[in-house]
Design a protein around this ligand. Structure first.
Ligand SMILES: [Zn+2]
Length: 336
């Protein structure tokens, strides 16, 4: 990939003295103590780690002794190797509190706005995923986790069974100062259990490829019943007619579950900056894997959904024959 030249373009400039790439710095970065910079008395007050396709970026606000923030260390590492690309320090010792807050907030905003990456902020102890767990088209970043939170216990007890929406929901209370998240719209459930034929016909006829995509992370029954408000049988017919023989909910869940508690801990509770960076990098790999899965699934589905008229006809026949066409009487969904 010939991305080297522009690889740091999403990183705001604004620091003094840039450029020196040294083995010494690399060694420093990989040392266990994130406080390690030139000054022995330093310790990190806040660390931002951002990983995307082009590079890993680390921004650390350091304080000395009396906890007064003193300088910001900025490190860029190429994505494809461990070479430090650029590094520089920003002296914030002379300014007021607002100065270093502003410096950090600039980075925070730049990282957070990158919808292709994964971002960790030690201040919020939050990992922000560029791609939401469900619909890949939603363009706002979304929290994957915030640790620790009072509500966390409930989640921890049941890490595997937590559906994507519940995990997001538990983390959806952002700390002050953060942009509110778009709630997972698929959880605002339509509780209707039976759909009339005219309603279903209307919805099926207007269904698009992206409607399907939007609900892939739900079970097929949830997607039909709650999301699309059509019968599960009708949804299955639509899938069969459109190269989606197997509903991918479990595949997606499996990838989501790779972002497990041990990885979260590695990122958020590590006193070793190298481990935190590794963890965010791993989260980015998971994100890429998920994106690739979505792309693969969507590539098979025709742009214009096929067989819709036939499916509506079948539904009409079932309706005329007095069969139930809602979801209550349909068989339990098998997601295997
Ligand atoms: Zn320092």
């Amino acid at each position: 990939m010939a991305t080297g030249g522009s690889s740091s373009s999403s990183v705001p400039s604004g620091g003094a003295g840039s450029g020196s790439v040294s083995a010494d710095l690399k060694a420093r970065l990989l040392r266990p103590d994130p406080a390690d910079c030139n000054n022995k008395d330093c310790f990190p007050v806040r660390v931002l780690v951002h990983v995307n396709e082009h590079r890993k970026a680390i921004v650390a606000l350091h304080a000395i002794g009396d906890r007064q923030p003193d300088h910001v260390i900025v490190i860029n590492i190429k994505a494809d190797d461990e070479d430090v690309q650029t590094t520089y320090g920003i002296d914030v010792s002379a300014g007021s509190d607002e100065d270093y807050i502003q410096v950090m907030d600039e980075w925070y905003s730049a990282f957070r706005l990158d919808k292709t990456g994964v971002f960790y902020d030690s201040k919020e102890n939050a990992v922000i995923y560029g791609v939401p767990r469900g619909h890949p088209g939603v363009d706002l970043p979304r929290y994957l986790t915030i640790l620790p939170t009072p509500k966390k216990k409930q989640l921890e007890n049941d890490p595997a069974a937590g559906s994507s929406s519940s995990a997001v929901g538990a983390a959806a209370q952002p700390p002050p100062g953060l942009v509110l998240l778009t709630p997972d719209q698929t959880t605002s459930t339509d509780k209707r259990r039976r759909f009339s034929f005219p309603d279903q016909r209307k919805r099926i006829k207007s269904m698009t490829k992206s409607d399907l995509e939007y609900y892939l992370h739900k079970t097929q029954k949830e997607a039909a019943d709650i999301g699309l408000s059509i019968g599960t049988t009708a949804l299955k017919s639509i899938c069969r007619a459109n190269s989606l023989p197997k509903w991918p909910y479990r595949k997606i869940l499996k990838i989501d579950n790779e972002f497990d508690n041990s990885l979260k801990k590695k990122i958020t509770q590590s006193s070793n900056l190298g481990r935190t960076v590794d963890g965010v990098t791993k989260a980015f790999e998971i994100r890429k894997k998920k994106e690739a899965l979505y792309q693969q699934i969507m590539a098979d589905i025709p742009e214009e959904l096929q067989g819709i008229d036939g499916i509506v006809d079948e539904l009409q026949d079932a309706y005329n024959a007095g069969l139930h066409i809602g979801t209550d009487d349909e068989e339990e969904e098998q997601d295997e």
